[in-house]
Design a protein around this ligand. Structure first.
Ligand code: HEM
Length: 119
């Protein structure tokens, strides 16, 4: 399940940058399609994340923060894409994206015990 989780957010990350560059180069139709696929991956990230949570005997604040950070990353993806589409400033959301993504990676890889290295 951890592999599925990592695959889901890695693919989402790639799709996010593809949608972003399509948007920026004015290929709106392509961007729309990629964004629809991206939204399916949000569901996969959340589903695999919740499945991992069901394995945890006691969900403490670290797990809660991990889930919040993950959902926050997804929120920033959506905000950045919609603001780029409307030619609005995105810097505030890029900062949030970096913070939330770093937090999710740190908690996932360095703090919480499950790992794809020792499943
Ligand atoms: C883009 C968003 C997300 C990113 C980048 C992300 C990243 C990660 C990473 C790097 C790991 C550790 C993998 C490993 O050690 O092999 C992990 C594990 C985990 N993630 Fe996420 N995640 C995201 C979203 C979510 C969401 C939305 C949830 C909850 C609904 C969630 C719940 C979990 C859980 C429970 C684990 C297992 C933690 C453990 O016990 O080690 N994640 N995630």
């Amino acid at each position: 399940m951890i592999h599925a989780h990592i695959t889901a957010w890695l693919v989402a990350l790639i799709l996010f940058f593809v949608a972003l560059s399509l948007n920026k180069s004015g290929k709106e139709k392509g961007a729309k399609i990629v964004q629809m696929v991206l939204r399916v991956f949000y569901l996969l990230i959340i589903a695999t994340g919740v499945m991992l949570l069901t394995r945890v005997a006691h969900i403490d604040w670290k797990y809660t923060l991990k889930a919040v950070a993950g959902l926050w990353v997804i929120g920033t993806f959506e905000m950045i894409l919609s603001r780029v589409k409307n030619n609005r400033r995105t810097s505030v959301f890029w900062i949030q994206f970096v913070v939330a993504f770093a937090l999710a990676l740190y908690l996932g890889f360095a703090v919480l015990p499950m790992s794809f290295l020792h499943p």
